[in-house]
Design a protein around this ligand. Structure first.
Ligand code: URA
Length: 421
């Protein structure tokens, strides 16, 4: 094969053959196909698309670029993947909950980039906690505790790591076949028997519209089926942050509240919905996770899961050096609190990173003191901005400008909030 022929075929709208796909992904991973050639091919795929068969092959080639983990665990294994959101700490209560119900959860997670948080960044706010585990440690912890949340091992879909970095700088991230194959190559290589996808929809998500999210969900489920991994997807709202905490340590604290039988109702509801899907995929639809969560038994599993990775679940979490309070501009009902704006604000406060190698602040983030639909009083705290670098506060306030609205139920032209701050 020659790379130009593969690029030309896709440029002209042809379907790539299995042999072309396998060759080009492998040759790119080995450095035989040059970055500029893969960039051109990624753009051709972005513009021309790939059908379900091509996408499944592409995913298979990315899995084959590395090792597929074989998990020797006596229980069924199921993983969850979220396409990313704001305040999405669901993995933290979900993994120990499902493990407590008897199904093992091997979950390799990522770090945040941009306005969406990363599960590893959140967990690293726990003193001592370690993200990097060897395949042997993963296997042992799965058997002993039933849940592992850790960093991807370096041999997992290396083609994706290379291609994702290239897509990031060539405006080719937002392609359904490329996103779907990227996500699924890592998840299938991880070796879980089943997979539940939480496909986010709304301003804080990759997919802003329901149609786009549905298309991505179908592509993801199609790839799972083609590779023999039982896969289901839920489409869930990401127009406003999940729960009230957005950041790192602040989200861990909220997850612990949920594990102790409290926490915000939307976080509890989504945790239970995803737990039910995971149990069903593992053939344990007979187990109701709700009483298990309420009993505090999943909190015990959480503590064991954190300790197994050298973290101290009883240690106090880092607290911010500075808290800036944003008051409600009017009395009335909060009608909107935009997920994307809150995510960008948390990011600017230090919870996220601008470049892959940047550190994050454990204590930075945003606490939302009201959810859309709730009543607020003029001047009462609406948002708390947490940071160790108070110089960042004006930038966070800029991100929040116009991002929330309070309506007086008796006044049809209530002003949008966020101006003048
Ligand atoms: N997440 C991934 O892992 N890959 C993508 O392409 C997009 C989101």
């Amino acid at each position: 094969f020659a790379a130009v022929d593969v690029i030309r075929a896709k440029r002209d709208g042809l379907r790539l053959t299995a042999e072309q796909i396998e060759w080009v992904v492998d040759a790119y991973t080995r450095g035989v196909v040059a970055e500029e050639q893969m960039a051109a091919l990624a753009m051709a795929v972005y513009l021309r698309g790939m059908d379900a068969g091509e996408t499944a092959r592409w995913t298979g080639a990315m899995i084959d670029s590395g090792e597929r983990l074989s998990l020797h665990v006596s229980r069924p294994t199921v993983d969850k993947h979220s396409t990313g959101g704001v305040g999405d700490k669901i993995t933290l209560p979900l993994a120990p909950l499902v493990a407590t119900c008897g199904v093992a959860v091997p979950q390799m997670s990522g770090r945040g980039l941009g306005h969406t948080g990363g599960t590893l960044d959140k967990l690293e706010s726990i003193p001592g906690w370690r993200a990097q585990l060897s395949p042997e440690e993963i296997g042992r912890q799965l058997e002993d505790v039933g849940a592992v949340v850790c960093a991807a091992t370096p041999t997992l879909a290396p083609a994706d790591r290379k291609l994702y970095a290239l897509r990031d700088v060539t405006a080719t991230v937002e392609s359904v076949p490329l996103i779907a194959s990227s996500i699924m190559s890592k998840k299938i290589a991880e070796g879980a028997g089943g997979l539940v996808l939480d496909v986010k929809v709304g301003s804080g998500a990759f997919m802003k519209s329901l149609d786009q999210a549905r298309e991505l969900a179908r592509a993801l489920v199609g790839i799972g089926s083609a590779h023999g991994v039982a896969t289901t997807a839920l489409l869930t709202d990401m127009s406003t942050p999940l729960g009230s905490a957005v950041g790192n340590a602040i989200e861990v604290a909220e997850a612990v509240d949920v594990l102790r039988g409290g926490g915000p109702p939307d976080v509890v509801e989504l945790t239970l919905a995803l737990a039910r899907e995971m149990l069903a995929i593992a053939g344990r639809a007979d187990i109701d996770p709700e009483p298990v969560l309420a009993s505090g038994a999943a909190y015990e599993t959480w503590c064991r899961m954190i300790r197994a990775q050298d973290g101290d679940p009883d240690a106090p979490l880092p607290r911010p050096a500075h808290v800036h309070v944003v008051p409600a501009p009017e009395s009335g009902v909060l009608t909107r609190l935009d997920a994307y704006a809150v995510g960008v604000a948390a990011w600017r406060l230090g919870a996220g990173r601008a470049r892959k190698e940047d550190p994050v602040q454990a204590a930075a983030g945003v606490r939302c003191l009201a959810k859309p639909g709730e009543r607020v009083e003029r001047g009462a705290p609406l948002l708390e901005l947490h940071t160790d670098t108070p110089d960042a506060v004006p930038y966070a306030l800029d991100a929040l400008a116009g991002s929330y609205a309070v309506a007086d139920p008796g006044n049809d032209d209530a002003p949008a909030g966020g101006e003048g701050i």
